[in-house]
Design a protein around this ligand. Structure first.
Ligand SMILES: Nc1nc2c(ncn2[C@@H]2O[C@H](COP(=O)(O)OP(=O)(O)O)[C@@H](O)[C@H]2O)c(=O)[nH]1
Ligand SMILES: [Mg+2]
Length: 243
């Protein structure tokens, strides 16, 4: 709570371990009201979530915000290398004391990953983060759960995901507050954009569809502006008089 980085890292490890020690940590952390704004970034594997996240974090850092990043990795054989990939890609923000990055894996944490993510968010909040970004692989229950933790949920897709039906079935459409069509340098980005624009508003919020080329930073500014706009929108719903 004094902003000690090493202490925060240690507390996260304790919470990952679970059991009595974790419960004790969380009991004292939960007494403190949360204040950080939480953004979820989800979508299928390889669409460019980490790349986009990295660019978004950089923009918020330029505003002087302290940022926490939680990458939830399902640690399957397929994505075994993703953990390292994420670490390397996020290197542009590593070494920056204003960014706290942590990967979580569900190894030995069966069924508890979502709970653990929530606890880690609370710890990074107590540590003093202004903004916390959670990245999940768009593969089921953990995404739906993460959407509950996040104030604003970004669903990242690419033009290549042509199969509309499969997309609907994945449940990703329902949880989005903002759609991002990344890899807009590939063909058919407009098609994907148009398709997503047909989706229903969520709680009266008309969900923006933003095309990006995250690897070169195109459209990232617009994504950040949409996050800010959505934040204002939900805050106006919670306290209409701004109190
Ligand atoms: N063509 C293209 N490739 C991109 C873009 N953004 C990211 N990538 C690449 O897509 C791959 C997967 O990116 P990554 O951020 O790891 O995806 P994640 O699995 O969703 O986190 C990497 O090779 C990136 O360089 C983009 O806008 N256009
Ligand atoms: Mg990633």
């Amino acid at each position: 709570m004094k902003g000690d980085r090493a202490a925060a890292a240690r507390l996260i490890s304790i919470v990952e371990g679970g059991g009595r020690a974790a419960a004790t940590v969380m009991r004292s952390i939960r007494r403190r009201p949360s204040r950080a704004y939480v953004v979820g970034v989800t979508g299928p594997f390889g669409v460019g979530k980490s790349t986009l996240l990295d660019a978004i974090v950089k923009m918020y850092r330029m505003r002087g915000l302290k940022v926490g990043v939680v990458a939830v990795d399902p640690s399957s054989k397929i994505s075994g290398g993703a953990l390292l990939g994420d670490r390397i890609r996020l290197i542009s923000n590593i070494g920056d004391e204003g960014v706290f990055f942590r990967s979580l894996s569900n190894r030995g944490n069966l069924g508890g990953l979502s709970k653990c993510t929530g606890d880690v968010v609370r710890i990074l909040d107590a540590y003093g983060s202004d903004l916390i970004v959670i990245e999940t692989v768009g593969a089921g229950q953990s995404d739906v759960d993460v959407a509950k933790l996040a104030h604003t949920t970004l669903v990242v897709l690419t033009p290549a995901i042509g199969d509309e039906i499969q997309l609907m079935k994945s449940g990703l459409i329902e949880i989005a507050d903002i759609f991002v069509v990344n890899k807009a340098d590939l063909p058919d980005a407009d098609l994907m954009e148009e398709m997503l624009k047909l989706s229903m508003p969520k709680d009266g919020w008309v969900r923006p569809v933003i095309k990006t080329i995250a690897k070169v930073g195109v459209g990232v500014q617009e994504v950040v502006e949409s996050i800010d706009k959505h934040r204002k929108y939900i805050e106006s719903k919670i306290s209409p008089r701004g109190s």
